[in-house]
Design a binder for this molecule. Structure first.
Ligand code: GLA
Length: 388
C-alpha cells in the first residue's frame, strides 16, 4: 500500500470531525502490452501497481454524498437518485456514476461523508479513474452489505466510463484494478472475460514506469476517434471478406491484406496495429510465463513502433522517452502505455542496471524536452479491496 492509512484517517477526522467507518482502496495499473485492443475484443496483459486511490467514509442516512478530494482540497456534494454530473468537480462524477449503476442493479445504497486521497498520477495513463471507480465500488459494497461478483464489477466501471463520463473505453482498466493479484500480471480475453493470472517472475528484470509529465490533452475525443476508426475498419473488412465480424478480433492478417485495396489508408493502419498487437500480446504472455525478458522486451518495443506509426497515439515526449530508454544499457524494451497522447512509458530493465537507467533516463529526457519526468518502479500489486 502506498497511502498511509493512519494519516489519511486523521485527515478525514480533521475535515469532518468524526472518524471514518469504512476504508476502501484500489490500485492504479500499468499495461505491459495489448494496447487499444480491449474495445476491439482482443487481448491485454496489464498489472496493478503500488500506487492507489483510497476512499474513506462514514455512511449518511439522508442520501447525500458529501465528498472531499484531499489531493485537490476540494469539496463537492451530490444526492443519490438525482444523478446529475458536476459542472465544476469532474472527480465526483466517478463516485456518482458508480452509485447510479448500482441503483440500476437494485443494490441497496446509502449516502456518505467521504474523502478521496490517492497517489496515482492523474491523466497519466495509469488509470487513476478506474482506480477511483473500483475503490468506490468496494465502499458501496461494504456500506450496503452486498457483493458484485466476477466480471460484473469491472463491467459496471466500464458502463460508468461509457455512459456517464462519455469515454468509449474498454474493459481493461477496471478489470485489472479490481481483479489484480500481487506478484502477477493478468492476461485477459476482452471478449469472453476469461483471464489468467500470470506470475511476474523474471529473475533479473523489472518494470520501470516513466511519466512524461504531459497530461493527455484532447485524449477523450482522440480516443473516441480511434474507436470509430476501428468500427470503420470492421465494416470494410466484413464487406471485403464477405464474413460476419463485429470487432477487429474477428479478422486475421490475411483478411487485412486481401481487403487492403478496399480500405482507406487510415482504416488499414489502425486495423494492422490491432490485429498484430493481439498476436504480440499472446506471444508476450508466453514470454512472461517462460521468464524470457529478452523476448518480452522485443515485443514491447514492436508494440510501441506500431502504436507510433500505425495507430498514431504517441506524442513527441513519449517518443523521446521510449527512444532514450531503448538506447540505455540493460533495457530489454520500452513502449508507451495506456491510451497515449501523453502519459507514461514502461520499460523492462535488467535489475543490475536499473539505478543507472533511471538516472540517465530522467537526465536525458530533461535535456531533450526540458521536462522533469518522473519514475515509478513497481512490483505487481493487489487489486481493489478494503484497507486493513
Ligand atoms: C485507456 C482505456 C482502456 C484501453 C486503453 C488503451 O486506458 O480506458 O480501456 O483502451 O486506454 O489500451
Amino acid at each position: 500500500m502506498s497511502i498511509d492509512i493512519q494519516s489519511a484517517q486523521k485527515q478525514f477526522e480533521a475535515h469532518f470531525g468524526f472518524a471514518p467507518t469504512v476504508i476502501a482502496r484500489a490500485p492504479g495499473r500499468v499495461n505491459i502490452i495489448g494496447e487499444h485492443t480491449d474495445y476491439n475484443h482482443g487481448f491485454v496483459l496489464p498489472m496493478a501497481i503500488e500506487r492507489e486511490t483510497v476512499v474513506l467514509a462514514r455512511p449518511r442516512q439522508d442520501g447525500v454524498l458529501n465528498a472531499y478530494a484531499a489531493n485537490f482540497d476540494k469539496s463537492a456534494q451530490a444526492r443519490l437518485m438525482t444523478w446529475d454530473k458536476s459542472a465544476q468537480n469532474g472527480w465526483i462524477d466517478y463516485v456518482v456514476g458508480v452509485a447510479f449503476e448500482l441503483s440500476k442493479m437494485q443494490r441497496p445504497l446509502c449516502g456518505a461523508d467521504l474523502m478521496i486521497i490517492g497517489d496515482v498520477p492523474v491523466g497519466s495513463g495509469l488509470s487513476s479513474s478506474a482506480s477511483l471507480e473500483m475503490a468506490t465500488l468496494v465502499l458501496f459494497e461494504q456500506m450496503g452489505g452486498f457483493a458484485v461478483e466476477g466480471p460484473e464489477g469491472p463491467l459496471l466501471g466500464k458502463r460508468v466510463e461509457n455512459l456517464f463520463i462519455g469515454v468509449n473505453s474498454g474493459i481493461m482498466d477496471q478489470f485489472i484494478v479490481r481483479m489484480g493479484k500481487a506478484g502477477h500480471a493478468l492476461f485477459l480475453d476482452c471478449r469472453s472475460h476469461e483471464y489468467e493470472l500470470v506470475p511476474v517472475a523474471f529473475e533479473s528484470a523489472r518494470f520501470v514506469i516513466a511519466n512524461t509529465g504531459v497530461t493527455r490533452g484532447l485524449s477523450a475525443s482522440k480516443y473516441n476517434e480511434r474507436v470509430a476508426e476501428c468500427a470503420e475498419a470492421v465494416t470494410s473488412l466484413a464487406a471485403a471478406t464477405g464474413r460476419k465480424g463485429s470487432h477487429l478480433r474477428d479478422f486475421t492478417e490475411g483478411d487485412l491484406e486481401s481487403a487492403a485495396c478496399l480500405m482507406t489508408d487510415v482504416a488499414y493502419r489502425r486495423a494492422r496495429h490491432v490485429i498484430t498487437e493481439d498476436l504480440r500480446t499472446k506471444a508476450a504472455c508466453e514470454a512472461m510465463r517462460a521468464g524470457n525478458a529478452v523476448q518480452l522486451g522485443a515485443l514491447m518495443t514492436a508494440s510501441d513502433i506500431s502504436l507510433r506509426d500505425d495507430y498514431e497515439v504517441t506524442c513527441p515526449e513519449l517518443d523521446a522517452m521510449t527512444s532514450i530508454a531503448r538506447a540505455l544499457p540493460g533495457c530489454y524494451g520500452a513502449r508507451m502505455t495506456g491510451a497515449g497522447f501523453g502519459g507514461c512509458a514502461v520499460s523492462l530493465v535488467d535489475v543490475g542496471a536499473t539505478d543507472a537507467f533511471v538516472r540517465e533516463l530522467l537526465a536525458r529526457y530533461r535535456e531533450a524536452t526540458g521536462l522533469p519526468g518522473e519514475v515509478i518502479v513497481s512490483a505487481p500489486a493487489e487489486g481493489a479491496g478494503l484497507a486493513s
